[in-house]
Design a binder for this molecule. Structure first.
Ligand code: WT7
Length: 648
């Protein structure tokens, strides 16, 4: 009887708490409360589920015209106290990070909360010993090994601002990011494993640092035991330093709006944008969304296959899961090594309950024989997730039938580096999942569709440009060193709104389907690529006069890149030149940005003001040259025919 009563009380209090959404009605109630009383709504979530060293004076202060956004101002906290320390008493022996190495023959590593605490504290002390203080920027260029998560948390513990750079970026891309935010230190590894290959990370760092005068210290994790050059006075192996460091490092007390990290994302023009995320709002929102969008239960094993070099890994491998005391799998390898069954082997081996990946991976694996899937027991799976780009129906169906056995809801989560956390998604088992739709906004999120004149479209069953009308706690606060660009990129196109850069369709029930970018950003294999930096790289080739990049549909990558390139006069061999151009792109931007198709042109269609008409080039690349619309206002309409004739 007592037990039943206890369960009932637990049940009722769960129903009351908006932190743990358990039914459709509960979601609708929470959503309505979050619209009518946003401050009360977020205060309750923050108050009841996190550890604060001092409470806030204000829940939210915002002005999208400046723009200025502040959440929980006046509060003091440390995010690592929330992600680690507070779990030690009750969950010290629970696995926090479950590391699955590249080579399936090597043993997985279960890092408990107690061990994580010790390793993060030691690492934090090593940072301090090297003069890193609150507010200093530290670049982390480390592959998917435990030290990546540990160094991220070590920075957060002492209030240093981490800037993780995906360890697949080139030396030039790395140098740009180190210099943009003046990183004093770089943390890296001798090299990394990627399937059957190894990558010489330290060599890339050495190359990058030739143009980074600010960086005085490099800490190197030993991973592949390769021979690397160590620069005297600058480079140190980190393990001996960790061995002698104290396992106790008191937290630095951080203000709610102090920066937690910078993460770079491509823009449609110019250099990458260093999105700045601050501490309290980011913590509250990443934790709250994690709990509900994956419906994480105490003993679940959760796996997100992203790299911590992207926002998905920051929010949904590290901070969101750990703030909830979850077990988060971290996988070093690739889905195709040693064969295309690797993901499913890992699901079986660790009895993964929630699996979160990208459509590009799903499409690649769906092309392989079902044998790779059927060999494994996937019955532990409860929820599947998708992120990074629109998921096409075919891939959705395969994921649903072959992986979920039609028994696991698929959450198609829409968000961005800038948003810090998921804004639109179904809640598994609670709200309806609809193929190709991200579906409904999370509590606190107010989407709006705008027409081309900047007016809000209030009807349903329409397409529009996707904006968000009200701030949410984890939105990026600025672009590092360039607040004007932040304002221009996100708050200028539609007055008093955050503009996402995406187009969307809303159905009669208010479900959103993301239709893709409406700017010059192209998503290739889930990676966000701006056209401008790629064109800049191409234009550096001495034979190139000008170039334009567009995306076109690709079976596996979602989009692939098509380059139109006009050459200067001269002698060249076409295939050789194409290879040179792609090598240049790989060096300046990274191998992900290589062009799938290159068409040499005599000229590119332009507006009268001289702007290249990418809209027309996009149609041609997509085999839709019969739908070009009116081209009579072009400066040089005659070149269009020629481009169509030469199309690949
Ligand atoms: C862009 C943001 C946020 C994590 C990874 C990407 C596209 C993201 C979805 C989705 C359709 C999606 C959008 C967005 N996108 N998720 N579920 N359905 N499109 O972060 O690199 O900042 O890219 O990715 O176009 O604007 P990102």
């Amino acid at each position: 009887m007592g037990r039943i009563l206890l369960n009932l009380v637990e049940f009722l209090s769960e129903q009351m708490s908006h932190y743990n959404l358990t039914s459709k009605e509960h979601y609708l109630n929470a959503y309505q409360d979050s619209m009518e009383h946003p401050e009360k709504f977020w205060e309750e979530i923050a108050e009841e589920n996190f550890v604060w060293r001092k409470k806030w004076e204000n829940i939210v202060d915002w002005d999208f015209t400046k723009p200025e956004i502040k959440w929980f101002e006046g509060a003091k906290l440390n995010i690592t106290e929330n992600c680690i320390d507070r779990h030690l008493e009750t969950k010290g022996d629970k696995t926090a990070i479950l590391f699955e190495p590249n080579n399936p023959e090597d043993e997985a590593e279960h890092i408990t909360y107690t061990q994580l605490s010790e390793r993060v504290n030691k690492f934090a002390n090593v940072l301090k010993d090297h003069g890193i203080k609150k507010g200093d920027r530290v670049c982390i260029y480390v592959p998917m090994i435990p030290e990546l998560a540990i160094s991220v948390l070590a920075c957060a513990r002492i209030g240093a601002v981490h800037s993780v750079v995906f360890a697949g970026f080139s030396a030039t891309a790395l140098a740009t990011r180190i210099n943009d935010c003046d990183c004093k230190m770089v943390i890296t590894a001798d090299g990394s494993y990627r399937g059957a290959k190894t990558i010489d990370l330290k060599g890339i760092v050495d190359e990058a640092l030739k143009s980074c005068p600010i960086t005085t210290d490099v800490l190197v994790v030993k991973r592949i035991n390769s021979e690397v050059e160590m620069t005297e006075g600058r480079d140190k192996w980190v393990q001996p330093l960790l061995d002698s460091a104290s396992p106790i490092c008191p937290i630095e007390i951080i203000d709610a709006e102090d920066p937690l990290f910078i993460l770079y994302t491509s823009g449609s023009t110019g250099s990458p944008k260093g999105m700045v995320h601050t501490t309290a709002g980011y913590m509250v929102y990443s934790a709250y969304t994690f709990k509900n969008i994956f419906q994480y239960q105490e003993n679940d094993v959760y796996w997100c296959t992203a790299d911590i070099g992207w926002i998905t890994g920051h929010s949904y491998i590290v901070y969101g899961p750990l703030a909830n005391g979850a077990t988060s799998v971290m996988f070093e390898g690739v889905p195709s090594y040693p064969d295309c069954g690797r993901f499913w082997e890992i699901v079986e081996k660790h009895k993964v309950n929630q699996f979160y990946t990208a459509p590009t991976a799903i499409r690649a694996l769906a092309k392989e024989s079902d044998e790779f899937v059927n060999k494994y027991d996937l019955s532990s799976l409860k929820t599947l997730g998708s992120v990074g780009e629109p998921i096409n129906e075919e891939a959705w169906n395969w994921y649903n039938e072959k992986i979920g056995k039609e028994n696991c809801p698929i959450v198609d989560t829409w968000w961005q580096t800038e948003t810090g956390g998921i804004l639109i998604s179904a809640l598994p088992g609670i709200t309806k999942c609809i193929p190709t739709f991200a579906t409904l906004p999370f509590p606190g999120v107010q989407p709006a569709l705008m027409d081309e004149d900047g007016k809000e479209i209030t009807e349903n069953n329409t397409n529009g440009r996707l904006c968000i009308k009200f701030p949410w706690p984890s939105m990026a606060r600025t672009i590092w060193g360039n607040h004007t660009r932040y304002k221009e990129t996100y708050f200028t196109a539609f007055a008093n709104n955050y503009f996402t850069g995406d187009g969307a369709f809303r159905d009669e029930n208010g479900n959103y389907r993301i239709t893709g970018r409406v700017d010059d950003v192209i998503i290739v294999s889930g990676h966000n690529l701006g056209t401008a930096p790629i064109e800049d790289a191409i234009n550096e080739h001495p034979l190139v006069a000008e170039s334009a990049i567009v995306g076109f549909p690709h079976d596996i990558k979602g989009n692939a890149l098509y380059g139109y390139i006009t050459l200067k006069a001269g002698n060249y061999e076409a295939d050789e030149l194409k290879a040179e151009i792609n090598a240049l792109i790989a060096e300046k931007v990274g191998p992900i940005a290589k062009l799938n198709k290159i068409q040499f042109t005599n000229g590119l269609p332009k507006t009268r003001s001289g702007k290249i008409m990418r809209r027309i080039l996009r149609k041609i690349a997509c085999n839709e040259s019969d739908q070009l619309g009116d081209i009579s206002t072009l400066l040089n309409p005659e070149c269009v025919e020629e481009v169509i004739e030469g199309a690949l």
